[in-house]
Design a protein around this ligand. Structure first.
Ligand code: CA2
Length: 153
């Protein structure tokens, strides 16, 4: 019996306050909403032959639990950790433990902004980071992830 092959799964995780995208501060984050970001990721994933699980949470613990949940289930993690980028050693530890390729995305260019946004703990677990390219950063991250997966370990 030949079933439909399951596509490699990439987790696309979003941290606190990203549910407010498009509703406030469009001069920094643009006018797209998080639903628009999800639609862009879904469309990009389809082109690449990937499945995605797209999520957002305001909770640090929930984000850590989600990262753990994807161990053995996903082939990679694309993450915009938002405010937890610069504070969460728990998130860094989870990302290191999960042993999956991680790509960090920031919609704004964190390096052109306030000093406190510059130091990312998450970068220490990431293969690479995409910053400042707006929501297209998510699409670029998925493309980079597809390349990484094809490359193999
Ligand atoms: O540029 C990014 O993607 C950030 O991760 C966004 C975070 C910020 O703390 C990081 O330094 C950079 C903030 C997410 C909250 O997004 C909002 C969007 C609209 C209105 C209010 C917050």
């Amino acid at each position: 019996m030949t079933g439909k092959p399951t596509l490699p799964l990439v987790a696309v995780l979003n941290g606190p306050n990203l549910n407010m995208l498009g509703l406030r501060q469009p001069e920094i984050y643009g006018s797209a909403t998080l639903d628009d970001v999800e639609a862009l990721c879904a469309e990009t994933a389809e082109q690449l032959g990937l499945a995605i699980d797209f999520r957002q949470t305001n909770g640090e613990g929930e984000l850590v639990s989600w990262v753990q949940e994807f161990r053995g289930r996903a082939v990679g993690i694309v993450i915009n950790p938002a405010g937890y980028t610069t504070t969460s050693i728990a998130l860094l530890d989870a990302l290191l433990a999960v042993q999956l390729p991680v790509i960090e995305v920031h919609i704004s260019n964190i390096h052109r902004r306030e000093e406190f946004r510059h130091n990312s703990y998450v970068s220490k677990a990431a293969v690479g980071s995409i910053v400042g390219l707006g929501i297209q950063g998510y699409a670029l991250a998925l493309r980079a992830m597809a390349e990484l997966i094809l490359e193999g370990p």
